[in-house]
Write a protein that binds this ligand. Structure first.
Ligand code: LLP
Length: 441
């Protein structure tokens, strides 16, 4: 396993901002064709945009499948895909076909997953404020595990469940780990709305109550320390802290959550599933977690994030002399709110000339009525880029579509899956008719 410090220095050479897009940031099946433009698995990307319009999310389905298989190699079927990262029926079916479990965090996610025909016993239900209706829906569907997050929820669940068919639950524990990531996506610290705090003793009280519950069957423990984490030490710390509590509980299932980071921009490291798995398992062993315990993970971003790109059409280019060049596209914070929310960085490149040097500094902005509607603050594009060109941002497969809105009544983009056998539309573009369907005269 490489040291995390080394990983942060990867690649070793200083990055030339005007170099062409680093190809390792593109989906596996994506690259320049003989014509220099972007192709994915035999499909010319600009043809997909002609057919489905712009902006367009394009996923490399083969990559998601091969990443899912890789996870299985390391964790067996003890993997629950965190569907909040990206969910539609086709995605849920893919997860089911690959034999993974799935995590849902609301009644809405549960409904989409169930409507895909997903086996209910492989569903994990999360949420820090599940309503009675959501809990009822989960119980009546027969979901595999409900992750209990508060004492109020224990009360609710005890009323809904019965002695004859106890509901299987995990207890969500807040281990008090400050993961190295953005404050808004940190969840394992003591000051958190999620779970029962270990330090305060609440976790022990909840555990004792669940162990004697007749209507609830406590079968495991859950923790999730945050998202977009590169430092494997943070995960190891999580295991180390949970281990004594878990080992003394006598429980057999330990879900360590998701959170593995992925590179978005040149210079960020790739952390392999193998290294993640090895560090979790090795730290579990060292911390005295019984070898018979099942270690479960719940990745979202690392499964789907790198597998997609978003393609946009350039609408206007506005050069403010001495200040910056604004390049406006036909989407924006409505299809990718991450730069606005977390100041997240993205790369951008020209679809018609993938390997071109990106020698012009630009700020790629959306079409919404907000100055903060920025997609790529310090982007670089070829100076030949003109109005009407297609540009793309890679690594948009997680928390892009799933956090999309129709702000300014800009419809959510369509989503296409591309495989070795062809391509298919999995989510059609949102239209004004869809929006008006909610509107009561
Ligand atoms: N399990 C639980 C209980 C979670 O809350 C999450 C993510 C995951 C698993 C999956 O984490 P992942 O492997 O995707 O990091 N919108 C933010 C990320 C929020 C993550 C919320 N919970 C972003 O765009 O960065």
């Amino acid at each position: 396993m490489r040291e995390t410090e080394d990983l942060f220095q990867y690649p070793a050479e200083p990055i030339d901002p005007s170099s062409s897009i680093p190809l390792y940031l593109l989906p596996e099946g994506c690259g320049p064709g003989r014509d220099g433009s972007l192709w994915m698995r035999g499909q010319k990307v600009s043809d997909l945009v002609k057919e489905f319009g712009s902006p367009l999310f394009i996923y490399d389905e083969e990559q998601i499948r091969s990443r899912a298989r890789e996870l299985k190699e390391h964790f067996g079927s003890d993997v629950a895909y965190a569907s909040k990262a990206f969910l539609c029926k086709a995605m849920a079916r893919l997860v089911s076909e690959e034999g993974l479990h799935i995590d849902v965090a609301s009644g809405g996610e549960l409904s989409v997953v169930l409507s895909s025909g997903f086996p209910p016993e492989r569903i994990v239900m999360h949420g820090n404020n599940k309503s009675v209706m959501e809990l009822e829906a989960a119980i009546s569907a027969g979901v595999g595990r409900i992750v209990v997050d508060s004492f109020n929820e224990i009360d609710r669940l005890e009323k809904l469940a019965s002695k004859d068919s106890p509901v299987k639950v995990w207890i969500r524990v807040t281990p008090g780990v400050e993961a190295h990531t953005h404050e808004f996506v940190m969840t394992g610290q003591d000051d958190s709305k999620f779970g029962f705090s270990l330090v305060s003793g609440e976790a022990k009280l909840a555990l004792d109550r669940l162990l004697v519950s007749e209507n609830l069957k406590l079968v495991g423990m859950h923790a999730h320390i945050g998202s977009q984490i590169f430092a494997l030490e943070s995960f190891m710390k999580e295991v180390e802290i949970l281990a004594p509590f878990f080992a003394s509980s006598g429980l057999e299932e330990l879900n360590l959550g998701g959170g593995l980071g992925v590179p978005y921009v040149a210079g960020e490291p790739i952390i392999e599933f193998a290294d993640w798995a090895a560090s979790l398992k090795e730290s579990a062993r060292l911390a005295g977690i019984p070898a018979t315990a099942r270690i479960i993970v719940e990745p979202g971003r690392s499964l789907v994030g790198p597998a997609a790109i978003t393609v946009y059409e350039v609408g206007t280019i506005k050069e403010i002399p001495g200040i910056r060049t604004y390049l406006s596209v036909d989407g924006g914070m409505s299809d990718n709110p991450r730069p606005v929310l977390y100041d997240s960085g993205y790369e951008v490149f020209a679809v018609n000339n993938v390997l071109a040097r990106r020698d012009r500094p630009v700020t790629v902005v959306g079409k919404h009525c907000e100055s903060g509607d920025i997609l790529v603050r310090d982007g670089q594009l070829p100076s030949s880029t003109i109005v009407g060109d297609l540009i793309a941002t890679p690594v948009t497969g997680a928390y892009g579509y799933s956090m999309a809105s129709n702000y300014n009544k800009v419809g959510r983009p369509a989503v296409v899956f591309v495989s070795n056998r062809g391509y298919r539309l999995v989510l059609r573009r949102e239209t004004v008719t869809d929006m008006l369907a909610l509107d009561i005269d």
